[in-house]
Write a protein that binds this ligand. Sequence first.
Ligand SMILES: NC(=O)c1ccc[n+]([C@@H]2O[C@H](COP(=O)([O-])OP(=O)(O)OC[C@H]3O[C@@H](n4cnc5c(N)ncnc54)[C@H](O)[C@@H]3O)[C@@H](O)[C@H]2O)c1
Ligand SMILES: O=C(O)C[C@H](O)C(=O)O
Ligand SMILES: [Mg+2]
Length: 475
Amino acid sequence: MAVQPTAGLSLILRLELQNSTATFGRLASTIGEAGGDIIAVDLISAGKETVVRDITVNVYDQAHGKKLVAALAALPGVKVINVSDRTFLMHLGGKIEVHPRVPVKNRDDLSMVYTPGVARVCEAIREDPSKVFQLTIKRNTVAVVSDGTAVLGLGDIGASAALPVMEGKAMLFKQFAGVDAFPICLDNKDPDAIVDIVTSMAPAFGGINLEDIASPRCFYIEDRLRERLDIPVFHDDQHGTAVVLLAGLLNACKVVGKRLEDLKVVVVGIGAAGVACTKILLHAGVRNIIGVDRSGALVRGEQYDNPVWQWYAEETNPEGLRGSLSDVIEGADVFIGVSAPGILRVEDVKRMAKDPIVFAMANPVPEISPEDAEPYVRVMATGRSDYPNQINNVLCFPGIFRGALDCRAREINEDMKLAAAEAIASVVGEDELSETYIVPSVFNKKVAKAVSRAVIEAAFRTGVARRERRDLLEV
Ligand SMILES: NC(=O)c1ccc[n+]([C@@H]2O[C@H](COP(=O)([O-])OP(=O)(O)OC[C@H]3O[C@@H](n4cnc5c(N)ncnc54)[C@H](O)[C@@H]3O)[C@@H](O)[C@H]2O)c1
Ligand SMILES: O=C(O)C[C@H](O)C(=O)O
Ligand SMILES: [Mg+2]
């Protein structure tokens, strides 16, 4: 599926060029003709006969990058010295590190932060366990836990391969909401073992963000952990996604002038994200939702091995539509994809209702490319950073945990999620709303603040906050 060249695949080509404008001209036009997008040109060294330059080029995909490099290597006067991938360069050595909050400059400091002084702090926590929130990292630290079974849309790629995503989540927690998050990838797929491991490590954390754990195991793991722990347990692919989806849909409906209760919504991919998106939409008042997975639409009366699908079939698809995505998409107002790349065909988009809304949220490659869909849709969104309308759980998880940690919430409940969705939607003013601006940018500093404020309010309202309101001023 064609997507435009982006920074997601950006190459730095170190080239030795013969010192003539003709060489550079040929080089630039070869890159342009091959569909590469030149982002930067840097001079590394200059000699009499040759110069060495770094040319940064965005490409479509790896094959495109290879073709482009081969075309350059074939040019007279051009020698390819090295090709590096900027994304890989950003991952060298990992993306996060731990910093001490107080300096340890001498023996006095050492005897306070460490032995013997630390022992009194330990005793204080033993006497009053709630002091762990004041005297340790617990108050501001979240574990990002994955078993590597549903990493983005890449599937079960294992714990080590999941680590770059979990590090990325940890970075975003810190950058957008000041939350210290730690990536924990478990080389274990036994749901009960995962529950035991996470329960055992919970003392160090103020919250647990489950990430990229495949369904239906993710439902069991989250439910058990919520029963066993007194800190928020939040499966981001379920609830973070659902919150942002609802925020986007609230605003998209304003743009197209439709009401939630009148929509026909098709959700494809009835896994972690699809189930949670459906639940939040039902909660928000959407009545006609049809869920489609690999074997077609889920229909009441059928027997499914997955108990969550059994629930799903009972609660959705009021008209009992059967068949494939193509069969059920006729007349739909909204398509929500949380499944796999390229599964939505242009012909099917054309058969949706007037002013269709398409949220193709599979990562890293959406269900349909915006380039293919845009001519036929009114509002188009993906999960990616390189297109407008990024419906991605990063708009939710930093702020929702910020709020939960600050008021020391026991859990993140339905009211807190709805409040978060409304807060995200409200950051885009009515006068700013448009087809290409239904959710705020991830970089909009108002987002995490608005979300955490709304979440704290909802936590107090629903009685799950463990701090006094007045103490929040100290945060
Ligand atoms: N944009 C976001 O914020 C966001 C958040 C969460 C998940 N996602 C994306 O959604 C996708 C699913 O994630 P998940 O965590 O729910 O995974 P999951 O493994 O829990 O669920 C995926 C579901 O999609 C179904 N599926 C796969 N291929 C399909 C196809 N061709 N047709 C119909 N159904 C198909 C699977 O059977 C499964 O039920 C991934 O691509 C992920 O990157 C995006
Ligand atoms: O990681 C993302 O970009 C969003 C989401 O958590 C996903 O699994 O795709
Ligand atoms: Mg995820």
